[in-house]
Design a protein around this ligand. Structure first.
Ligand code: ATP
Length: 427
């Protein structure tokens, strides 16, 4: 039986993953099959609270009641645990969701699904890459052997169904620790994050060395103490020894689609759709322009504007070194108004040649340097009146301050679904 939930939290508190720990308490007589799953969905949907994550667990039949039925070197048991009754499970799970959800907050619309069947994979693919309509989710639910309840506007059902539909082809893990309830809302006391980052090989996004900021503990008043991410779940457990501070009330390891780039779809610069995330190839066609607030913009193929916003910090300095003619690949989310690609990752495929003016053109007859007539108006020889164009100036090639290769926004600006270069380069 799958048990999936989404949209239980608000910016003021709670965390849908914490609710899974409460659901595991409620259903402790059942076996947890595989890891609990934390599934991130389209990071561009405007109504997400934070990271657009939904969670799902799979519970097996109860095995508590066992009868001894034989002996053959060891005891043989028959398990009499009954099949899980979905109506009963939905009622019990709903009580937990109602107890812990921030339903009084606008924008919290919990969705809860109990199902004997997995939803079709395409429901995940659509929800991670695009915007899904609630009617389509309900239509898919109606075809499944399941029970479901949606509170508020019922939008949480979209994420809950999508999480259940995920197949972990590529996947990573996150170990999430939770605080004692009496400390919720107080300042988190933690240290050891730099050491954890340095001493573990296959973890990522724990510490932002450029910005000198930890990236494991949320800043909201939610129950999470910290979450560490990586490819090896055993290595993540090292955090329990290395990261120190306040007591951990409970912890849970999630299998997740974080850091997989599964939100990205290939597109051309003129075909991008708002609220999706794309991978495009193109050529820089305008000089990067910095506006008030420190956001940097430049054009690709004269068709799409790409942006490195202020939160991407030092990444903007790299972007400012681009010049027209540079060939790039870009990964990022598409904002609707104005239509812009918010860069997550960039590959400089080919740098164009950068020229610098050395001198005004030389008069072919008098061999003297010509004088400028005016801005962009060309040149004239003072002696004989011969004219030359702006393009006739003498130039020299200058060395580029940028190298070809991959670049990514710093850890502090990283999207949950973005595949870090560390994962790309380790294959
Ligand atoms: P947190 O990360 O803290 O759990 P959140 O960012 O996940 O919070 P939610 O509170 O879950 O935010 O709100 C996201 C809402 O958007 C949910 O109701 C979810 O069902 C819905 N949703 C998720 N993906 C899509 C999608 N692709 N199209 C339409 N709605 C979506």
């Amino acid at each position: 039986m799958f048990l999936a939930i989404d949209d239980t939290d608000s910016r003021k508190g709670m965390c849908t993953t914490f609710l899974i720990t409460e659901l595991l308490r409620e259903f402790e007589g059942l076996n947890l099959m595989d890891y609990p799953r934390l599934v991130r969905l389209n990071p561009n949907v405007p109504w997400k609270t934070r990271g657009n994550g939904a969670v799902v667990i799979r519970l097996g039949d109860g095995v508590e009641k066992k009868d001894l039925v034989g002996f053959d070197g060891k005891e043989i048991f028959s398990y009499t645990g009954e099949s899980v009754d979905m109506d009963d499970a939905l009622e019990r799970a709903l009580k937990v969701v109602e107890k812990w959800s921030e339903t009084s907050e606008d924008g919290t619309n919990p969705g809860l699904i109990v199902s004997n069947e997995k939803a079709p994979y395409k429901m995940y693919q659509e929800a991670v890459k695009d915007v899904v309509e609630l009617v389509d989710t309900i239509a898919a639910l109606e075809k499944l052997d399941c029970r479901y309840t949606g509170l508020g506007n019922r939008r949480g059902l979209i994420g809950a169904l999508a999480a259940m539909a995920w197949i972990p082809n590529d996947h990573t893990y996150e170990l999430i620790t939770y605080r004692e309830q009496k400390r919720w809302g107080t300042v988190r006391k933690l240290n050891g994050m730099i050491r954890f980052d340095r001493e573990t090989e296959r973890t990522f996004d724990s510490y932002d060395h450029d910005e000198k900021q930890q990236a494991v503990a949320p800043r909201s008043p939610c129950p999470v103490l910290y979450g560490v991410r990586g490819d090896d779940h055993r290595e993540l457990m090292d955090a329990l020894d290395i990261i120190e501070g306040e007591p951990i009330d409970r912890w849970l390891l999630f299998k997740t689609n974080q850091a997989t780039d599964e939100h990205i779809q290939y597109s051309t610069a003129d075909e991008v759709k708002p609220w999706t995330s794309v991978h495009i190839k193109g050529t820089v066609t305008s000089r990067p322009n910095t506006i008030t607030g420190g956001h940097v913009f430049f054009d690709i193929d004269d068709k799409l504007t790409a942006a490195a916003y202020e939160p991407t910090k030092g990444f903007r300095d790299l972007v400012k070194k681009l010049i027209p003619g540079d060939k790039l690949e870009l990964w990022g989310g598409i904002r609707e108004e104005p239509l812009t690609l918010n860069i997550e990752k960039m590959k400089v495929v080919e740098l164009s040649e950068k020229e610098e003016k050395v001198a005004n053109p030389q008069c072919p007859d008098c061999k003297k340097r010509m004088s400028s007539i005016g801005k962009n108006a060309g040149f004239r020889c003072r002696k004989c009146g011969t004219r030359a164009e702006e393009d006739d100036i003498e130039t020299k090639l200058v060395e580029r301050e940028l190298e070809e290769g991959y670049y990514e926004v710093p850890v502090c600006a990283r999207r949950h679904l973005s595949k870090p270069l560390k994962r790309i380069h380790s294959g």
